[in-house]
Design a protein around this ligand. Structure first.
Ligand SMILES: O=C(O)CCC(=O)C(=O)O
Ligand SMILES: [Fe+2]
Length: 408
């Protein structure tokens, strides 16, 4: 039995150098790491099934000081630190090529009631554009830190968010989320009357000399996704027995946000409060997520379950992962769920691009007309989108929970 790795480098390097890695897991085996990051007491899972290796398709990099390096074939290794489970949540698939809007709306309703998450396919965005967004995103994150810091996030949250700067779950995380991000919002000149409001204003853009195609690529994607957002919002409206264009007038200068993300190849350890992204519900209405081919996203369907069951949501080629945010949960009187999710990473860099589809700042979020009755009165008083977000940001800064669990 052979296992190996790290010492002169990570498994990532081993892969780079063409070593074939097999990833198997199962039996718990305490493993002493020896020198170095002994704190990282790890459990090395290994199983060797002669002639019958089960590839799980994932490799965990260790960065631990194992004394061995470079075995041509690695028969073991897979670390539990990344918290990956055996269970994959089979999300519903919403196909926008489906002609029957009402049938589609029923499928959306089912997905919103059951998981609060679904895959979206045939969304109409050119896959070449999506590839280019990922390529440009990577170019930015590959820049020297000094260069990235030139577009450091401003008071409107626009711009670069350095590694570890955000902690989406200040209760469960012991350190900042191991990712860096960029925030692009609705473009607005400084002298626009709305620019006086929080979150509004011009975007920051990386230097055109360094990244000549960045702005155009990201802006094109931003506005294409807005159309997809409108389309899904109309299905959500139909699913709630509202007119298809019910939400449309609330998106005149919306607080939408495009966020390229880069997970820096750290090893998450949920038990020790180390995450790529800490467990959270998104604040807004709908989120559209594109990811690279690396897994990492997990959801927890039972918010108050103990222990919590986290299920993997693997990337699905050519599709978006769509989820509902806390604001939509509140808007629907708790009918549609904002499902908690997190990202655990296993030592391999991961890129994703999230798009938060949220309405105008002054939109009043008041229990939707079809979501209350005499027996089921509104649980929450009306609040503007802007005030709701302020409340969310404040509670995060104060280190408290953000979910809609207690009516306010
Ligand atoms: O990167 C991902 O897969 C998810 C990110 C996320 O949930 C968020 O930023 O809200
Ligand atoms: Fe999220």
């Amino acid at each position: 039995m052979k296992f190996l790795v790290s010492g002169h480098g990570s498994i990532r390097n081993s892969i780079k150098f063409g070593f074939q890695i097999w990833c198997v897991g199962v039996t718990k085996l305490e493993c002493v790491t020896g020198e170095g990051r002994a704190r990282e007491r790890i459990w090395l899972y290994e199983r060797l099934r002669s002639n019958d290796f089960e590839t799980r398709g994932r490799v965990a990099s260790t960065r631990l000081n194992f004394p061995f390096l470079f075995l041509h074939q690695l028969y073991a290794l897979s670390l539990p630190m990344a918290g990956h489970t055996e269970s994959v949540l089979p999300l519903h698939v919403i196909d926008l090529a489906e002609n029957d809007r009402h049938l589609l709306a029923q499928k959306v309703k089912k997905a919103c009631l059951e998981h609060g998450f679904f895959y979206l396919i045939n969304h109409g965005i050119d896959l070449k554009l999506i590839d280019k967004v990922f390529e440009q995103s990577k170019l930015f994150f590959d820049l020297p830190v000094d260069e990235k810091m030139r577009s450091l996030q401003d008071n409107n949250y626009r711009g670069y968010v350095p590694i570890g700067k955000e902690t989406l779950n200040p209760i469960e995380s012991k350190q900042g989320d191991s990712r860096e991000a960029y925030f692009i919002g609705w473009e607005m000149s400084e002298d626009h009357p709305l620019a006086l409001k929080p979150l509004h204003g011009p975007n920051q853009w990386p230097s055109k000399d360094l990244l000549p195609e960045w702005r155009e690529t990201l802006e094109t994607y931003f506005y294409k996704l807005l159309e997809v957002g409108h389309c899904v919002a109309s299905l959500v409206a139909l699913a709630l027995d509202l007119e298809a264009d019910y939400f449309r007038h609330m998106f005149m200068a919306p607080a939408v946000a495009l966020r390229p993300l880069h997970y820096i190849g750290e090893i998450s350890c949920p038990e020790e409060g180390r995450f790529g992204t800490g467990p959270h519900g998104d604040y807004g209405m709908l989120t559209f997520l594109a990811t690279d081919e690396n897994r990492g996203l997990q959801v927890c369907r039972a918010r108050d379950g103990e222990p919590k069951l986290w299920e993997d949501v693997p990337p699905k080629k050519e599709s978006f992962i769509v989820n509902l945010g806390d604001m939509l949960e509140r808007w629907t009187n708790g009918l549609f769920k904002s499902t908690q999710h997190r990202v655990v990473t296993d030592g391999i860099d991961r890129y994703s691009v999230a798009y938060f589809y949220d309405p105008d700042y002054d939109t009043v979020i008041e229990c939707l007309p079809t979501c209350h009755s005499e027996e089921f009165p509104p649980n929450y008083p009306p609040i503007t989108m802007g005030d709701y977000f302020k409340m969310k940001f404040t509670s995060r800064a104060q280190g408290s929970s953000n979910m809609n669990s207690t009516p306010i």
